[in-house]
Design a protein around this ligand. Structure first.
Ligand SMILES: O=C(CO)[C@H](O)[C@H](O)COP(=O)(O)O
Ligand SMILES: [Fe+2]
Length: 227
């Protein structure tokens, strides 16, 4: 089943605990950490992740858009994140870092910016629990989905199948009712949605509707493949 991870980047930062509760039923809560160096925006850090992890039962999916990921990522596991995503462009030793995240008890995930290809990292895939393909340039919510990322999603799904891995394939950026089906058909199974969830009148209902859309598109693509 598709997993839908609302991004609190689009929530009201003055009411984070309530906003987390508003999407109970979501698979994970996506937490965008930005340092104003790796991306031109600044959001939140370890203390807020620690507070959020105590305020909600929904596990935290921390997306680190920060430099020096090798130094900081383990601290997000200690703060309570169940999944920690570092950008390969910001990690000096991605294999060592993925192993450290796993050893500390969280799921290890690696993200690729739109211009970063998957092919050089094929041999790293068994070290990961999730791969994140950015479908916007990281830094801000509410941007338009980049259709040109669909072939990369497809190629990554093929690599995952070729190696027989359990790896989850996440997409993040511009995912909404109008774009989620394309992502699911291409092979994504974890969907981050910020403005599409928190901009909706009923965020919990928006999560459920996106999940149905993704599952229907995945099933249709599998049926078409088998015929
Ligand atoms: O990592 C991100 C931006 O860098 C966010 O997770 C993403 O943009 C979610 O917001 P939206 O669904 O509105 O695009
Ligand atoms: Fe994100």
């Amino acid at each position: 089943m598709a997993q839908i991870n609302p991004s609190i980047l689009s929530a009201d930062f003055a009411r984070l605990a309530e906003e987390a509760k508003a999407v109970e039923g979501a698979d994970w809560l996506h937490v965008d950490v930005m340092d104003n160096h790796f991306v031109p925006n600044l959001t939140l850090g370890v203390p807020i992740v620690e507070a959020l992890s105590k305020a909600t039962d929904t596990p935290l999916d921390c997306h680190l858009m920060i430099e020096d990921a090798d130094r900081w990522a383990p601290q997000y596991v200690e703060a309570g994140a169940g999944s920690v995503t570092f950008h390969v462009e910001a990690a000096a030793a991605p294999v060592r870092l993925a192993r450290e995240i796993r050893a500390k008890g969280a799921r290890a995930s690696m993200a690729l910016k739109p211009a970063t290809p998957i092919e050089p990292y094929e041999d790293l895939l068994p070290e990961l629990d999730m791969l994140l393909i950015m479908t916007v340039e990281p830094g801000f919510g509410g941007q338009a989905f980049l259709d040109i990322m669909l072939p990369k999603i497809r190629r990554t799904r093929e690599l995952i199948s070729k190696h027989g891995l359990e790896l989850w394939l996440q997409v993040d950026g511009g995912v909404s009712a109008t774009t989620i089906e394309r992502c699911a058909e291409a092979g994504a199974d974890v969907f981050v949605a910020g403005s599409a969830v928190y901009g909706a009148e009923d965020p919990a209902q928006a999560v459920r509707a996106l999940r149905v859309q993704a599952d229907t598109a995945t099933a249709a693509a599998a049926w078409a493949c088998g015929h």
